[in-house]
Design a protein around this ligand. Structure first.
Ligand SMILES: Cc1cc2nc3c(=O)[nH]c(=O)nc-3n(C[C@H](O)[C@H](O)[C@H](O)COP(=O)(O)O)c2cc1C
Length: 329
């Protein structure tokens, strides 16, 4: 078993956290991840209370293990945070914005505060907020994020916020990625895209299939899906999605899209209703190369955890190998 400060904090069997994917990571998915020994986070996204009410009850019913919830910081206010806390999550993740205004009430509720950050300035804000865990999210990640790459960003955050434990996010989908994250100094991995292609995820079967078929080269970061849905994301965040026909038509033509919003937003809503993925967004990370089947969430947790453990054992053996004798004897 891999033991880290993450597994110790929540009593986990595997240092794996489910990314709180908005409207995709529902209560059942979060509960299955927690039941398998990871930490499941419900994806509260922009804070739709009807959706949250249903999914928070679901997670509570389906697991007795620790679980949590994630919200998008810039779209959350005090009343929403209070309301979510009343459902007694064990962990509360804030991402995309300054977590400090909400930190005190989350911690006062006895809940662990997890902050996901995209740059070093964000890591500093998370440290000031008193985060119990900081997620260093690389640009490879599916969904919204920033510009730093996971490989150099994770150790930079580890150094900057020590002794606060750090998780790696962005581009991790198997045991190789988890083992690498631990070698970078992370205490575990937060994983989204791989769990999106799970049986329990709440996205459509067509979206899951599209992820298993896609290549990392076919993903890109863009603002167009936020523009057409009228979400006012701060400019520093873009979203990584599968490049579909709508992406090819409008990416880097944001101004023109804004001018035709009347028509385009109506067509977009229609495409979403019909699950037409030539137009509707499928958020997904570069790691889609490694996702080729739609598995059960519990199997995904165990498979990644066990594979990472085996690789770390093999790594230890490598580092103990003696150098070959010199030619002189
Ligand atoms: C479909 C999808 C939706 C996401 N929604 C959110 C969200 O609402 N809030 C959040 O903090 N992160 C969200 N993320 C980002 C994840 O928290 C995480 O950083 C990311 O999935 C990790 O990279 P990976 O996709 O390569 O595993 C989302 C990711 C995906 C794929």
């Amino acid at each position: 078993m891999i033991e880290t400060s993450l597994t110790e904090m929540f009593g986990l069997s595997h240092p794996i956290v489910l990314g709180p994917m908005g409207s995709v990571a529902g209560g059942l998915l979060a509960a299955e991840v927690s039941n398998a020994g990871g930490l499941g986070l419900v994806g509260g996204g922009y804070g739709d209370r009807d959706w949250l009410k249903r999914e928070l009850h679901r997670v509570k019913d389906a697991t007795s293990k620790p679980w949590g919830v994630g919200l998008i910081t810039w779209s959350s206010d005090r009343s929403l945070v209070d309301w979510v806390l009343a459902h007694e999550p064990h962990a509360f993740m804030l991402s995309f914005g300054d977590p400090r205004p909400h930190a005190a009430i989350i911690k006062a509720a006895g809940c662990k505060l997890i902050c996901q950050v995209q740059d070093l300035a964000g890591a500093e804000l998370a440290r000031e907020a008193g985060a119990d865990l900081i997620v260093a999210q690389g640009t490879e990640a599916g969904g919204h994020g920033g510009r730093r790459a996971t490989l150099p960003f994770v150790p930079a955050v580890v150094d900057a916020v020590s002794p606060i434990p750090v998780l790696a996010a962005g581009g991790i989908a198997d045991g190789r990625g988890l083992a690498a994250a631990l070698m970078l100094g992370a205490q575990g991995a937060l994983i989204g895209t791989r769990f999106q292609a799970s049986q329990e995820a709440l996205c459509s079967p067509a979206a899951k299939e599209a992820i298993t078929r896609a290549r990392g080269d076919e993903t890109g970061r863009t603002r167009i899906f936020d523009i057409v849905r009228s979400y006012r994301w701060p400019r520093e965040y873009t979203g990584r999605a599968l490049r579909n026909r709508f992406f090819e038509r409008w990416h880097e033509k944001e101004f023109a899209l804004e001018l035709t919003m009347g028509i385009e937003s109506r067509l977009y809503r229609e495409a979403t209703r019909n699950d037409d993925l030539r137009t509707a967004v499928v958020w997904a990370g570069e790691v889609v190369d490694l996702v080729d089947r739609i598995g059960r969430a519990a199997d995904i947790v165990r498979e990644i955890g066990t594979e990472a453990e085996a690789l770390l054992h093999r790594g230890t053996a490598l580092s103990l190998r003696r150098p070959p004798p010199s030619p002189q004897g």
